[in-house]
Design a protein around this ligand. Structure first.
Ligand SMILES: NC(=O)c1ccc[n+]([C@@H]2O[C@H](COP(=O)([O-])OP(=O)(O)OC[C@H]3O[C@@H](n4cnc5c(N)ncnc54)[C@H](O)[C@@H]3O)[C@@H](O)[C@H]2O)c1
Length: 335
């Protein structure tokens, strides 16, 4: 059995996909979707629709909705995590032993209080979880498009046997998974590109052009690759689906929450206002804070993310942050 933990847009979309595959006889694995808030779980179960995060999509008949994490994890042999990063510890604190189970992370972020990637958080929380039981699935995969079966490609990184198992279970012609073994690289690429997307949104919000957006994405990729490599990721992972691929979609797409967050900042909304008025989690906000700490320790320069951090946490104005970036010294491209 499969359990998807976290009934936000991505967790619900992923669970719906897997339940449709089960009902079509393509997998032998029924699916349970866990939601943390009991009232929300009840509402989804009663209406057979996730009105908050995936309105208008009827849930497949076989999809079970639950608010009992212990039971969900106990009965599954494959658990997918789609809980926003900063809530993972809170949600998973009571889950049982992982013997005989595998955990596949679908979320993208770095924990602020520890600076750990999501695998670091899970390995610290669950000493019984080994590296052979852990994988991460990531890439340019907006829920809004995946739910419509729009062709999508992503990557699953982990030990070869588990990555191949997930690839076989999840992939079809509309959702193609490539395998990879650079878990830390995929996690860092997935998390850090969200900060660059906030910067891209700022450029869009300020009315800059395509040149600026391309510069932001390319120099953003350079700095997240630099930080990733310093933290033992492989450089080529950043040129793949979890890095460049996701960066392109997150910086360019109207579906991107991080880009939207940047646009709202540029329009003069404060970070607190945006958090209050809009219900979505923009993972790049917390990740920017964690990334600045990691970069400081690793002695790596991340100028774009640093300015995003200055705007969000040090009340620097958007215009001054942009001017600071444009006034940086002229250096070789591969410095
Ligand atoms: N939305 C996408 O298209 C997409 C695609 C790929 C990956 N992701 C990643 O997947 C993860 C989840 O994204 P999402 O879009 O589903 O997020 P979301 O904002 O839709 O998630 C909402 C979920 O978070 C839970 N939650 C909210 N506050 C909580 C709290 N205080 N304690 C515990 N749980 C709480 C809610 O119960 C709900 O299940 C993120 O890391 C995101 O980057 C999202």
């Amino acid at each position: 059995m499969i359990t998807v933990v976290g009934a936000g847009s991505w967790g619900t979309t992923f669970a719906v996909r897997m339940a449709r595959r089960f009902e079509a006889g393509l997998t032998g694995q029924p699916v349970t979707l866990y939601e943390f808030f009991p009232r929300v779980a009840q509402d989804i179960q009663k209406r057979r629709e996730n009105r908050l995060f995936l309105p208008g999509v009827r849930l497949p008949r076989s999809l079970v909705i639950s608010n009992d994490l212990d039971a969900c994890v106990r009965s599954a042999d494959l658990v997918f995590n789609a809980v926003p990063t900063q809530f993972i510890r809170n949600v998973f604190q009571s889950s049982p032993l992982w013997r005989g189970k595998a955990l596949v992370n679908l979320s993208k972020g770095i924990e602020i209080k520890t600076g750990q990637t999501i695998s670091g958080v899970f390995f610290e929380m669950f000493p019984s979880l080994s590296r052979s039981q852990y994988a991460v699935l990531s890439g340019p995969s907006h829920a809004e498009e995946v739910i419509l079966n729009i062709p999508t490609a992503a990557v699953v990184a982990g030990p070869a046997a588990l990555a191949a198992r997930v690839q076989k279970l999840v992939s079809d012609s509309r959702f193609r998974l490539y395998t990879n073994n650079d878990v830390i690289g995929v996690e860092l690429a997935a998390a850090l590109k969200n900060c660059v997307a906030i910067a891209a949104g700022i450029c869009v919000g300020l009315g800059f052009g395509d040149n600026t957006l391309a510069a932001m994405m390319t120099r953003g990729l350079a700095e997240i690759s630099r930080l990733g490599v310093a933290l033992s990721a492989r450089r080529d992972t950043f040129a793949g689906l979890a890095g460049l691929g996701d960066l392109v979609v997150t910086c360019g797409s109207r579906h991107s929450r991080n880009r939207r967050f940047g646009e709202l900042l540029a329009q003069g909304h404060s970070p607190a206002d945006i958090a209050r008025k809009h219900r979505f989690v923009a993972e790049g906000v917390a990740t920017a804070r964690a990334a600045v700490g990691l970069a400081r320790k690793a002695h790596v320069e991340i100028p774009i993310i640093r300015e995003v951090h200055n705007i969000i946490y040090n009340r620097k104005s958007v215009r001054r942050a942009v001017e600071s970036l444009l006034a940086r010294p002229f250096v070789p491209e591969r410095a």
